[in-house]
Design a protein around this ligand. Structure first.
Ligand code: C2E
Ligand code: CA
Ligand code: CA
Length: 349
């Protein structure tokens, strides 16, 4: 009942606090975390087996929410079953080469010339249909599949990039990294080896890391990003404006590019606050010597205004939607043909 739930949650929190206390081991400091699920007799089950299973579901839920402690609720089940099914299907999809990559172009706003593409992963679940990366990337992150996923994306994108170059298409390649990788030195070394193996000029390769990922452990991120910078690959701070970075960290991060989050671009023509935020971000980026990209450009008016404000690069549905590798060459030709005569109308001088 209510009382035992309250008592148990209190107890569980005490256990978690104890687990979370850092352990000094010589010169190392070990920090542990945990998640606890609670199931109550008799309301959640009358057998030991069922209670354990439901405590397990509650534990997974606590883990996915980062909440520490959760008491079983029938509403968790649906989610956790879909989740477990998705994780095993995703594991199989990676192993069987069943993911797809699409590429979304970026253009220089001054002359609308295509300058690069961002690789975005796609997955169609055999039963659930297309699943958004916004759903399955976090799933991969919480189940240790993210390393295999990024490795797959990285290798496929580098092979594609090589083919583009042989066709005379000279575009930079951007790949999204997960927060996890900023804590995984071995994986970063693996990436650097792959860069060498594929013979890609590192200055044409950009890794996008979200501001939130960096800010979850800035000290560690500074270190990893410096390692990447040393090889000469570029680093972009993605979704900028959503993660509260401090300016002090921004300076230390060895960044090349700031990607202004779509949420500021959406209403830039109508919301003076958004416009002011973008304006001051662009000025700050200029001072710090960073390239600026605005993402989520959906109208010509947004593009024109961003160019006027001094943003260097743009990306979004108005320019191009993410597309298959094979479609990029044709897109570049069509875009150039369409934009050359149209240029003066969007030019801001
Ligand atoms: P993101 O890196 O911020 O990628 C931009 C997302 O916005 C993409 O969604 C893209 O299709 C969408 N988008 C682009 N232009 C517009 C526009 O004009 N309007 C609107 N409404 N949306 C636009 P997508 O492909 O669904 O990816 C969602 C997120 O999933 C990405 O956000 C990224 O965080 C993650 N993701 C995608 N691919 C990968 C990957 O290979 N590795 C990792 N770690 N994460 C990935
Ligand atoms: Ca991105
Ligand atoms: Ca983004």
């Amino acid at each position: 009942g209510y009382d035992s739930n309250v008592t148990l949650r209190r107890l569980a929190n005490t256990v978690l606090e104890t687990v979370r206390m850092p352990i000094e081991a010589g010169t190392n400091r070990i920090e542990l975390g945990g998640s606890i699920g609670i199931a109550l007799y008799p309301e959640h089950g009358r057998t030991g087996g069922l209670l354990l299973q439901r405590a397990d579901v509650a534990m997974y839920y606590a883990k996915s929410q980062g909440s520490g402690v959760e008491t079983y609720d029938a509403a968790f089940d649906h989610n956790s079953i879909r989740r477990l099914e998705m994780v095993s299907a995703l594991r199989a999809a990676i192993a069987n080469d069943e993911l797809q990559l699409v590429y979304q172009p970026k253009v220089r706003l001054a002359d609308l010339e295509p300058v690069g593409v961002e690789a975005l992963v796609r997955w169609t679940h055999p039963e659930f249909g297309p699943v958004s990366p916004a759903e399955f990337v976090p799933l991969a992150e919480s189940s240790n599949l993210i390393t295999a996923l990024t490795r797959w994306v990285m290798i496929r994108a580098m092979e594609d990039h090589k083919r583009w170059r042989s066709l005379g298409l000279d575009m930079d390649l951007a790949i999204n990294l997960s927060a996890r990788h900023l804590r995984d030195r071995a994986f970063i070394l693996e990436l650097m080896e792959a860069i060498e193996r594929y013979g890609i000029d590192p200055s044409h390769l950009e890794f996008e890391v979200t501001e939130t990922a960096v800010m979850s452990d800035p000290e560690e991120a500074i270190d990893v990003l410096q390692t990447l910078a040393r090889v000469g690959v570029r680093v972009a701070l993605d979704d900028f404006g959503t993660g509260f970075s401090s300016l002090a960290y921004l300076k230390q991060l060895d960044l090349d590019t700031l990607k202004i989050d779509r949420s500021f671009v959406t209403d830039i023509c109508t919301d003076s606050d958004d416009r002011a935020i973008v304006d001051s971000t662009l000025q700050m980026a200029k001072r710090l010597g960073l390239v600026t990209v605005a993402e989520g450009i959906e109208t010509e008016a947004q593009l024109g205004l961003l160019r006027e404000l001094g943003c260097q690069t743009g990306q979004g549905y108005w320019i191009a939607r993410p597309m298959a590798f094979e479609a990029i060459g044709t897109w570049v030709e069509t875009w150039r043909g369409r934009m050359a005569p149209a240029l003066p109308s969007v030019a801001a001088g």
